[in-house]
Design a binder for this molecule. Structure first.
Ligand code: ATP
Length: 264
């Protein structure tokens, strides 16, 4: 591969990827390119396959067909630990903190990669000043937003190249979600980090993403700019609202897919 090709390679490339749980295939021929240094949103209804896409990137679920490339290199055969060493970091739904340890202890656990306690704390408290006041508090007693900040601080302390965030907004107030995404986007811009955001709530992430994909029933329906994806959701909603009782853009989108595919 030439230097130019490496520079131009997407950070993550799904190339006709299929994946399954046991015998049930849940990703079908998924092809998406995620540019390096971009904030990319994966949107879609419950069960669409969003979390599964992150699991495939992190190496927690193997591909059964197709290729998963990271900066142009096929990593389909690499396990999760090796991919973590390559700088792929997943924050799963549910925050990724140790509730019975204090904030500082949660951060100190990240010294295994070589950074000192004081450096990790200083970086975490610079990014999330609110955590500094709570350094001796048990993580499990903090608010959901603060726990999410701590999870992000822990993940960022590993200096990842690719950050995969699953439903950061789960159970949080909209204002807190906006604050968290603001930090994520700032860090992504400053440190040329590639960020993949999985969300059910389109509006919040479309306001911060560079590009987005709309997925449903394990297939990619559309990839585009936030405006294009927003327009697609709007069109689905407006196109269906006169004919059905669709209450959300996703439901309208699914109704339209069913209709296109000839479902009764
Ligand atoms: P949500 O927004 O509800 O979290 P999602 O878009 O992230 O949904 P996935 O969690 O990727 O969807 O699930 C895709 C499909 O795979 C669903 O039909 C789900 O029931 C199924 N699935 C997910 N995890 C497993 C598992 N461990 N074993 C079997 N099936 C699974």
């Amino acid at each position: 591969m030439t230097v130019a090709a490496i520079v131009a390679a997407p950070a993550i490339e799904f190339d006709r990827v299929c994946a399954r749980y046991e015998r049930v295939e849940v990703l079908h021929d998924v092809s998406v390119s995620i540019p390096a240094g971009s904030v990319f949103a994966v949107l879609g209804p419950n069960g669409a396959g969003k979390t599964t896409m992150l699991s495939v990137v992190a190496g927690l679920l193997p591909t059964t067909a197709g290729r998963l490339r990271i900066t142009g290199n096929d990593v389909s055969h690499l396990d999760a630990t090796t991919r973590a060493r390559l700088g792929i970091c997943l924050i799963p739904e549910g925050r990724g903190v140790f509730p019975t340890l204090t904030v500082s202890e949660n951060l100190w656990m990240m010294t295994h990669l070589g950074a000192s306690r004081s450096d990790i704390e200083a970086q975490a408290f610079m990014r999330f000043p609110q955590l500094s006041d709570r350094r001796n508090q048990l993580a499990g007693t903090m608010s959901g937003g603060e726990q999410q900040m701590l999870g992000l601080a822990r993940a960022l302390s590993t200096n990842p190249a690719i950050l995969l965030l699953d439903e950061l907004s789960m159970g949080l107030a909209p204002k807190v979600v906006t604050e968290l995404y603001d930090v994520v986007v700032r860090v992504a811009r400053e440190e040329h980090l590639t960020v993949v955001l999985v969300e059910q709530f389109a509006r919040t992430v479309l306001s911060v993403a560079d590009r987005a994909a709309l997925v449903s029933t394990g297939r990619v329906l559309e990839v585009g700019t936030p405006d294009q994806i927003e327009a697609e959701l709007q069109a689905a909603y407006l196109g269906t609202i006169n004919h059905s009782v669709a209450h959300t853009p996703y439901q309208a989108l699914e109704d339209r897919i069913d209709h296109d595919q000839g479902a009764p």
